[in-house]
Ligand binder design. Structure first.
Ligand code: PLP
Length: 358
């Protein structure tokens, strides 16, 4: 028998993962949820019945190629279905992209402050992270980000447009310049596309290094069902397909997302209301003394009152979940809120006005 040294349970995790923290999802505390950038409206009329009346054989594996859903997404985005790949939320796809195209010896280039899951996916896949902060916390450092890609042996860059958590959108021309001049892959995370109306989906075949990331969790109100997708040229999609788990999106979610696309006009009405609401929230917060409000093209807005902590605690005490950032890169403390239902937003603004002492 060989001698062995008995290990403790925490000796087994891969060393690169020891400092990784598990994602802390916000709890459903029964409060009004303005913290997760979801769509607060119920599904469009008739959709729930259609989704639940569909005949699915749950004893069978899902369609591993998700063909019907990919065809629906292709029509929605005016691309071919072979240029679409679906995932269990775009979170899964971020990791899939890095597993396929990055990993040890490669860099993930990001522009903090931006979406925190990018760092987690990099750690898990053994990809090192290159940070090129947004100038003033808002503008892309175009030269810096291109240089970073040119200096990396291999790289994947993620541009979040509109950016979470700041909310602002970047100019199409700037992103295209980055795509053209970067030797590495460029992922444009368009999770909030339906709100911003800005996309590069029309040029996926002009650039071999461009991928677009989308989700059904925001405008389409399917956050619980976990459906995201990638749009890219056929070669990149085929490469991702080699690494993807065969049945990564379950039958029910595939069906619900495909049905949701049929309700697009009704969703766009919801989007129009939410855009107006967030504009109203931004304007009214901006008029309060001592409050800085960042520009937004999404369904949420980032702002900073003089005393962020007190405001976040007060909102919670009054029944509103907001997202309080204690130390954002560049911007430091701030609060992010997504639009709730109009009457709830009204109440939220009443509380904010009181907190500002007006
Ligand atoms: C920019 C961005 N990308 C991706 C995601 C993840 O979305 P999903 O629910 O599809 O995993 C989010 C969710 O907040 C996000 O803000």
């Amino acid at each position: 028998m060989t001698n062995f040294i008995k290990k403790a349970a925490n000796d087994f995790i891969r060393p690169v993962l020891t400092s990784l923290q598990a994602y802390q999802p916000s709890e459903d505390t029964g409060k009004i949820r303005m913290d997760a950038n979801e769509n607060p409206f119920p599904w469009p009329e008739g959709m729930q019945e259609e989704v639940f009346n569909s005949t699915l054989e749950f004893n069978r594996y899902p369609d591993g190629s998700a063909k019907a859903l990919r065809q629906g997404i292709a029509t929605y985005n005016n691309v071919d279905w072979t240029e679409v790949l679906v995932g269990n939320g775009s979170d899964e796809l971020i990791q899939l992209i890095l597993s396929t195209f990055a990993g040890p010896g490669s860099s993930l280039i990001v522009h903090p402050p931006t979406f925190s899951m990018y760092w987690a996916a990099a750690t898990i896949t053994g990809t090192s992270v290159e940070e090129v902060p947004l100038l003033g916390g808002i503008s892309l450092d175009t030269e810096g980000i291109i240089k970073s890609s040119q200096q990396a042996a291999r790289s994947v860059m993620i541009i979040c447009n509109p950016n979470n958590p700041t909310g602002n959108a970047f100019a199409r021309s700037e992103i295209l310049q980055i795509v053209r001049e970067s030797p590495g892959l460029v992922v444009v995370d368009e999770a909030y596309y339906e709100f911003s109306g800005e996309t590069l989906a029309d040029v996926i075949n002009e650039y071999p290094n461009l991928l677009i990331l989308r989700t059904f969790s925001k405008a389409f109100g399917l956050a619980a069902l976990r459906v995201g997708y990638v749009l890219a040229n056929k070669t990149l999609i085929a490469d991702l397909n080699k690494v993807r788990q065969p049945y990564n999106v379950n039958s029910f979610s595939q069906q619900a997302a495909a049905i949701a696309l049929k309700y697009l006009p009704a969703y766009l009405q919801q989007v129009a209301i939410l855009k107006k609401e967030i504009q109203k929230i931004s304007e009214e917060l901006g008029q309060l003394p001592g409050v800085t409000v960042y520009p937004t093209a999404a369904n949420f807005v980032l702002f900073r009152p003089a005393d962020c902590r007190t405001w976040a605690e007060e909102f919670a005490a009054k029944g509103f979940n907001t997202r309080y950032f204690t130390n954002l890169p560049v911007l430091k403390e701030a609060i992010r809120v997504s639009s709730a239902l109009p009457e709830q937003n009204q109440e939220f603004l009443r509380i904010a006005t009181k907190l500002a002492g007006v």
